[in-house]
Write a protein that binds this ligand. Structure first.
Ligand SMILES: NC(=O)c1ccc[n+]([C@@H]2O[C@H](COP(=O)([O-])OP(=O)(O)OC[C@H]3O[C@@H](n4cnc5c(N)ncnc54)[C@H](OP(=O)(O)O)[C@@H]3O)[C@@H](O)[C@H]2O)c1
Length: 411
């Protein structure tokens, strides 16, 4: 495995409008469908290992392959990810997709993990998202030893950044910025709030709602138990998502954030929710792809808060942290430089894995077959001495090549 076999294809907030990232994610209704798609991409593009990371400000495909990744590969790759990729994206794919290879891929991964590449620099959610994506891909067998190595080192590097710089001081996140906008919109404390989705993001939203003393919250989620947990902390109601279209309680503000890859707040559903109410509603949609259909925003009286609109607030946050970003990048240089020898060391370990058992087998064969007659003619003391000497030799025979090879790798 060569360092240059590490490759990353990614679409991030740096190059595109966040809404457009949705065109580059895998649209899958459930985990089984996602897993099948990842397997088929691996097979189609001769990829050995593949890690898929979709977040609210990027989608990243980290993979290993000896294949050359050129413009043709990239176009085919994203055509396979999304067969209905818009033609303009297809024709100008280089305006959307960033490609990294070898040491650059390792550097990018570490910058992502340390949240240096995030829309909100210093937010730690990315580390959790990266870890969860890795665990899922590892469980499914789409990743292997080489991505494990890169992933684990990126975790260590990110932790070093968080603990040796002030990048994470005054914690801030997409959620906290969205709540700031919600407060700016002067949503009253007794407003009827619907939370749609009960994942990590809406859990965080609920903490802010408690902090800002919102008192009238109803939580809808596909799995009711998660909705109940959040509703309990808010003294609110919990309902299954499938009942949302029948909900007659009305609302003033809705926070929608699920992993669905198609809009769940459609025009038809929205009409049923508002009934005759034509007062302005505040809708916070933090999902990528968005969970609220474009037509809802276009047709109804809505103040729409979504991640793209948080860019300016995020920039203000960056100004505060710019110095820390530079410190963090310097700190990461050592980790990035260390990676090639980690990779070689691992390859050596794998190559040498069979050495101890092979030498043990030689010792056993010498004693039990080749010299068995001579051994049986020895008295107990002599036999014990021969065995001791062979055990000593066995240990040396294992450690000498290991040590020599390690020195050759590490220099
Ligand atoms: N985490 C962050 O920091 C962050 C910040 C901003 C935006 N976002 C974005 O927010 C979205 C959710 O992220 P998360 O981290 O909160 O995810 P999460 O913890 O994995 O939770 C996913 C939530 O979405 C629901 N869900 C998943 N697929 C669904 C489907 N097909 N139909 C209906 N509900 C579905 C899940 O319901 P069950 O409980 O039934 O599984 C769960 O409530 C993503 O688009 C993400 O990019 C995340």
């Amino acid at each position: 495995m060569l360092l240059s076999n590490y490759k990353i294809l990614t679409v991030t907030h740096k190059k595109t409008n966040l809404k457009e990232i949705a065109d580059f994610v895998i649209k899958a209704n459930d985990d089984d469908a996602l897993r099948l798609k990842l397997d088929s991409i691996k097979a189609q593009f001769h990829i050995d290992e593949l890690l898929y990371l979709p977040t609210c400000n990027r989608v990243m495909y980290l993979f290993t392959t000896a294949q050359e990744v050129d413009e043709r590969f990239i176009s085919h790759f994203f055509q396979s990810v999304n067969p209905s990729l818009p033609i303009e994206a297809m024709n100008e794919i280089e305006n959307y997709v960033q490609y990294y290879e070898g040491a650059n891929a390792i550097e990018h991964l570490q910058h992502v993990a340390a949240s240096l590449d995030s829309l909100v620099i210093g937010e730690r959610q990315i580390l959790r998202q990266l870890r969860e994506s890795y665990e899922q891909c590892q469980k499914w067998g789409t990743t292997g030893d080489n991505i494990r190595l890169a992933f684990q080192q990126s975790l260590v590097a990110a932790k070093a950044v968080y603990s040796h710089t002030r990048i994470g001081d005054k914690p801030i996140s997409i959620v906290s910025l969205a709540i700031q906008k919600m407060l700016n919109a002067q949503v009253p404390k007794d407003a009827r709030i619907l939370l749609v989705g009960a994942g990590q993001t809406n859990q965080l939203v609920s903490k802010f709602l408690i902090k800002h003393e919102y008192t009238n919250v109803t939580v809808f989620n596909r799995s009711l138990n998660k909705a109940e947990k959040i509703a309990k902390s808010l003294n609110g109601q919990a309902r299954p998502l499938e009942q949302l279209s029948e909900y007659k309680g009305g609302f003033d503000c809705m926070v929608v954030c699920t992993g669905a890859t198609e809009p769940i707040i459609t025009t038809a559903l929205y009409k049923k929710l508002i009934q005759e109410d034509d007062n302005q509603k505040v809708i916070i949609d933090l999902a990528i792809p968005h969970n609220v259909a474009h037509d809802v925003i276009a047709q109804f009286n809505v103040e729409y808060i979504e991640i793209e609109g948080l860019r300016n607030l995020a920039k203000a946050n960056l100004a505060f942290r710019e110095q820390e970003v530079e410190r963090a990048k310097k700190l990461l240089v050592d980790f990035i430089n260390e990676f090639p020898s980690l990779l070689k060391q691992r390859q050596l370990e794998l190559a040498m894995r069979s050495v101890p058992s092979e030498i043990k087998a030689i010792k056993a064969k010498a004693m039990n077959e080749v010299f068995s007659k001579e051994m049986s003619s020895l008295d107990d003391n002599s036999r014990e001495l021969v065995e001791k000497m062979l055990t000593y030799m066995e240990k040396k025979c294992i450690s000498i090549p290991m040590k020599a090879a390690r020195e050759a790798v590490l220099g």
